[in-house]
Design a binder for this molecule. Structure first.
Ligand code: SF4
Length: 349
């Protein structure tokens, strides 16, 4: 079987290879020790745990067929947080493989074992949308706008770009990010799939296990550090508003209080942290904390998910680290884990 199809299973050649393999999906899901199913679970769990699909397995057929099977699992769970995360994980893995194929191709001829960027551009229907320049590339503005739709960093905004008669200038690294986005769209586009009941019924154990894993990573419950420098943009904006003396609306206040309580700030510390100097605002804040968050962690409500906050207009200034994060608590967890040095507000003099 073609290694390219196995390594890049979203390509047309891979779809053809899957059809030609003519594997009975029903038999795969019924086999308790199916390597295809095991690798499919690994793909999805890797996406949840690390945001990346683990390295390919050596057996090309298993690698190839595990991709449609992973899509079945993601479809059965059918939660946009997972679907988005999975699509991004597949795209990241493909870009990693592309980079390694590029290195290998620089050393020796790899024939049909590797994919080059020109072929990938053709597959993603981007060949005519990209022009090589002396110092980078130009991309057709329509393709550019389509590919940046999920990118949060303001540097992608068209107003900050060199734009010449419908072409946007990008550099090498940016092209890689846009290619990753094109792959992500390709992986995401048909999800969730319709899954026949007889297949779904055989996958209950795997779906439950993945669902539990998703629930575990969705909301970290052990954060106990209050580091404003690492707050996601939406929360940082709410803190700024509160500290500036602006009265927050109920949704904003709920989000802020629920977030601060979830990261370990005691209710009694809320007014001083938010520098509240109005008695009525302090009373409202404490009332919100006691009624909405509760004093026991078992009864505390988490802040809303990003999707909800976006709908409510509370998601502001989202940046690249917000991508695919799904929830401000996960965003905060990601930031404090990645930061080299984190200071807790409660320990400041
Ligand atoms: S994407 Fe989520 S974490 Fe980031 S600013 Fe928006 S709501 Fe906050």
């Amino acid at each position: 079987m073609d290694a390219v199809a196995a390594r890049y299973p979203f390509l047309a050649v891979a779809r053809t290879a899957v059809k030609e393999a003519d594997v009975d999906l029903g038999a795969v899901v019924q086999a308790a020790d199916s390597p295809i199913l095991a690798r499919a679970v690994e793909r999805v769990e890797g996406a949840i745990r690390d945001g990346r699909v683990p390295d390919p397995v050596a057996d090309h057929e298993v690698e190839l067929l595990s991709y449609p099977m992973a899509r079945v699992l993601v479809s059965l769970i059918n939660e946009s947080v997972l679907t988005d995360r999975y699509a991004l994980a597949e795209a990241r893995r493909a870009m990693d493989l592309l980079a390694s194929d590029r290195e290998t191709a620089g050393l020796r001829s790899t024939g049909t074992q590797s994919l080059d960027r020109e072929n990938l551009l053709a597959e993603l229907e981007l060949t005519d949308q990209l022009v090589v320049e002396d110092d980078g590339y130009s991309m057709a503005v329509t393709a550019y706008l389509r590919l940046i739709s999920a990118l949060r960093d303001s540097s992608w905004r068209l107003v900050d770009r060199r734009l010449t008669t419908g072409w946007v200038r990008i550099d090498e690294d940016e092209l890689d990010i846009l290619l990753r986005e094109a792959i992500r769209h390709r992986v995401r586009v048909d999800l969730p799939l319709e899954v026949p009941d007889e297949i779904a019924n055989e996958l209950t154990a795997q779906v439950d296990a993945i669902g539990n894993m998703l629930a575990d990573v969705r909301l970290p419950t052990d954060i106990d550090i209050v580091s404003p420098a690492q707050f996601p943009p939406c929360i940082a904006a709410l803190v700024e508003q509160a500290r500036a003396g602006h009265s927050l609306g109920p949704v904003e206040r709920f989000t802020l209080v629920a977030f601060l309580r979830a990261i370990g700030l005691a209710t009694a510390d809320l007014p001083s942290f938010l520098e509240v100097d109005s008695t009525s605002e302090e009373r409202t804040l404490l009332y919100t904390a006691s009624r909405v968050c509760g004093e026991s962690s078992a009864t505390a409500y988490p802040p809303p998910m990003c999707e909800t906050l976006e709908m409510l207009g509370v998601c502001v200034d989202a940046d690249d680290r917000c991508m695919d994060v799904g929830h401000p608590l996960l965003g905060y967890h990601r930031r404090i884990t990645a930061a080299p040095d984190v200071t807790d507000w409660r320990e400041e003099p």
